[in-house]
Design a binder for this molecule. Structure first.
Ligand code: AHM
Ligand code: MG
Length: 339
């Protein structure tokens, strides 16, 4: 049997980074370990109520925690124990978490993470995910600071996601293509299952929360209508697929082709998704797979970041579909100015 584990793959790929001394490899390994623990707990999610019945205390005598808090704790613990990061930013924490320990003295990296994206889907047995982004620190020494996170997405050293689905997969890029690994529960290892992932240039699936339709910008409304029109040549009407769990929607579209849209709405005037630990890592992966990611105008990876939890609209997926919706955005923005 010719199986390549995530660990073996990372070691092989280390040669791509002639000046790296293995820290990034160890960091990816740490993220892999934490995600296996999170996967184990996500798999038991339906039992949480039963297990927690005796006053919410589990066998280790710890309080049963909500899974997003549990996932956050696991990733932070794994990253701190690994010694390769000088600071962590998480969706679950208002401020950055500086890491100040003997083993992290020479740490070169910072990690931004959404430990459990789409966590509201857990209660209904729908896939959820973890999204992570790795930057090289810009400060020189000591624990990391905000400055280390205020870098554009183009500066990411690596990015990835884990999907806790019908199987558990880790998909990541270090800027040299995208590779996917499926967890083989029988050996407890992520194994290379999707080498060199690419996405279709044009496709026929669109993913957007159409319940917000009335609150979308005109360009998005017109694009949705375009997707629904009958046209043999372009294969329309396109299919609408929206799980409402970002990693699951984007993973499906990466594999089958498609576009994911979360625009500005009246309720979320800056968009809903966060630039640092959701949009930037997903954008790097999708671009590396041959797709495109913008905020409707500007490439996501080139957006300036000013705040840790900054939001942005997101249009991401198959290249031609993203271009098309941007055409609509430009056209109807102009029209509304002329009105
Ligand atoms: P979260 O980080 O609070 O879980 O929110 C992000 C999620 C994405 O996973 C998903 O694509 C989106 O929010 C769904 O939002 P909506 O329910 O508004 O369609
Ligand atoms: Mg999220």
């Amino acid at each position: 049997m010719n199986v390549k584990t995530l660990g073996q793959f990372i070691i092989e790929k280390q040669a791509d980074f002639p000046y790296a001394k293995g820290e990034l490899s160890r960091l990816l390994r740490d993220l892999g370990i934490a995600s296996k623990i999170v996967n184990r707990e996500v798999n038991k999610a339906g039992l949480a109520e039963i297990l927690g019945e005796t006053g919410d205390i589990n066998v280790q005598g710890e309080k049963v925690k909500k899974l997003d808090v549990f996932a956050n704790d696991q990733f932070i613990a794994a990253l701190k124990a690994g010694g390769e990061v000088c600071a962590i930013a998480s969706e679950e924490n208002e401020d950055i978490i500086p890491v100040d320990s003997e083993i992290s003295k020479n740490a070169k990296y910072v990690v931004a993470i959404d430990p459990l994206d789409g966590s509201s889907n857990i209660d209904v047995n729908v896939s959820v995910g973890t999204i992570f982004s790795i930057y090289r620190r810009v400060t020189l020494s000591g624990p990391g600071t905000m400055e280390d996170f205020m870098q554009r997405g183009t500066e990411q050293i690596a990015a990835g996601y884990v999907i806790y689905g019908s199987s558990c997969m880790m998909v990541y890029t270090t800027g040299k293509g995208v590779n996917g690994f499926t967890l083989d529960p029988s050996i407890g290892e992520f194994c290379l299952s999707h080498p060199n992932m690419t996405t279709k240039k044009s496709a026929n699936t669109y993913s957007v929360n159409e319940g917000n339709y009335l609150h979308f910008p005109d360009g998005v409304k017109k694009y949705i209508k375009y997707c629904q029109e009958e046209d043999k040549a372009t294969g329309r009407p396109y299919s609408s697929r929206y799980i409402g769990s970002g990693v699951a929607d984007i993973h499906r579209n990466l594999i089958t082709g498609g576009i994911y849209i979360y625009p500005v709405t009246t309720k979320s005037p800056n968009g809903k998704l966060r630039l640092l630990y959701e949009c930037n890592p997903l954008a790097l992966i999708v671009e590396q797979a041959g797709g495109k990611a913008t905020d409707g105008k500007v490439r996501i990876l080139e957006k300036d970041i000013k705040e840790l939890h900054q939001r942005t609209p997101l249009f991401l997926g198959s290249h031609d579909m993203v271009e098309k919706v941007m055409e609509f955005m430009a056209k109807y923005a102009e029209e509304s100015i002329q009105k």
